[in-house]
Design a protein around this ligand. Structure first.
Ligand code: KIV
Ligand code: ZN
Length: 401
């Protein structure tokens, strides 16, 4: 079979292309309580396709008829992205996955098997040699169904490097076009994760013919840092989810990766096709579909990501926004920075707030209003525009008494 369906990571600019593989609908949906309905999955897939995600992992077709139908429908509808389905290294899984993704313009089968000693001994109860045979047979089976086959070494980061090289070599020789080396349990450090890719790419024959992929879990809060280290080590695909949802502590967050590469392109010369201004809408859509709230201080898409309360910060922001913001709110789809009025706010921000609300007070009236605002902010956790309005209106009314 030809390799026509493969995505090129050749440089379009002076930056290397990094493919974004979104697994919100598969690994993301696997986290307890995040189940989505058929319609919700179609909506999320539509958004991902529109925003420039390269590969959408739409589900695990063997898991249920519902999952199969969702993957098949997403495959039928998607206009740009490669549509992948997950399959264990089992013949029936691979056949079912092939049936689901075959409707896609660009179908991918993603098959995986564990390679670490602990998984081989306790979960698979297989020897290293037996697992190598499984890899060869299952990747060949998948490759007979589609041109684009991804193979993952589950628990790669706890697999001795010599054996990992042999497993990767078997997958490449059998026809895999993407090799994913997951940090399944979120155990690696960035240095280790980057080095693993460097070693594999240097040592495995045929490594130059395939795309290497990262897949990081967030058990130690290192998923995004590890993914970026993987790219520095030679990987050219990152697997991630919207809002970082996923098994246990989640997966690497798509919005954080995309914006880290955009904002720090000076030291990380890589680019993705994802549209930054669509990130906030995608985050809200996934949050609504899964009923998982986004933490207030979540990077990029949290409610507070562009909110400033302290007087010093608000003063700086009023003078020049770059004092305390490293990206514009518009670059991620937020209409504007918000200067939150609270007990830490200063006079400059208070004056700005009043003028935004249509009040222009003289110096003395402003000072009075500010003193009363500070007293209120000490008593009240949230000071809303309505509170400020009431406070100023009362002051104006009393001036006429
Ligand atoms: O975390 C993991 O290892 C996975 C594989 C199925 C790719 O999700
Ligand atoms: Zn995973």
């Amino acid at each position: 079979m030809s390799n026509d369906n493969r995505i090129s990571t050749e440089r379009a600019t002076n930056k290397a292309r990094v493919l974004i593989f979104d697994t919100t609908l598969r690994d993301g949906e696997q986290c307890p309580g995040a189940t989505m309905t058929f319609e919700e999955k179609l909506d999320v897939a539509h958004m991902l396709d529109k925003m420039g995600v390269d590969i959408i992992e739409a589900g695990f077709p063997i898991a249920s008829n519902g999952d199969f139908e969702a993957v098949a429908e997403i495959a039928r509808r998607s206009e740009n992205a490669v549509i992948a389905g997950l399959a264990r290294a089992i013949s029936g899984d691979i056949a079912r996955c092939g049936e689901a993704v075959r409707f896609a313009r660009r179908p991918r089968i993603h098959t995986f098997v564990s390679t670490s000693p602990i998984h081989l001994a306790h979960q698979m109860r297989k020897t290293e040699e037996e697992v190598l045979e499984i890899i060869t047979a299952t990747v060949k089976q998948a490759r007979n169904l589609v041109d684009d086959v991804e193979w993952s070494a589950m628990d790669a980061t706890r697999t001795p490097i010599d054996y990992l090289c042999r497993a990767v070599e078997a997958a490449i020789r059998s026809g895999a076009t993407t090799i994913n080396l997951p940090d399944t349990v979120g155990y690696a450090t960035p240095q280790e994760y980057g080095d693993m890719f460097r070693q594999i790419i240097n040592r495995v024959p045929g490594a130059e013919k395939v795309i290497f992929s990262t897949h990081c879990h967030n058990d130690l809060g290192l998923a995004v840092a590890n993914s970026l280290a993987g790219i520095e080590g030679g990987a050219r695909q990152i697997e991630c989810t919207i809002n970082g949802i996923g098994e246990r502590a989640g997966n690497a967050a798509l919005e954080e990766i995309v914006m880290a590469l955009k904002v720090r392109g000076d030291v990380m010369p890589y680019e993705t096709r994802v549209e930054g201004p669509m990130l906030t809408r995608a985050s809200r859509l996934v949050s609504a579909a899964t009923s998982f709230p986004v933490q207030y201080n979540k990077a990029i898409v949290g409610k507070n990501a562009f909110a400033h309360e302290s007087g010093i910060h608000q003063d700086g922001m009023l003078k020049n926004k770059e004092t305390y913001e490293i990206m514009t709110p518009a670059s991620v789809g937020v209409s504007k920075t918000s200067l939150v009025m609270g007990k830490h706010s200063g006079r400059a921000a208070f004056r700005d707030k009043l003028s935004e609300m249509g009040y222009e007070l003289g110096e003395n009236a402003l000072q009075d209003a500010f003193t009363r605002f500070k007293e209120l902010a000490d008593r009240k956790k949230h000071v809303y525009d309505e509170d400020i309005e009431a406070l100023v209106d009362e002051q104006i009314a009393s001036a006429y008494d």
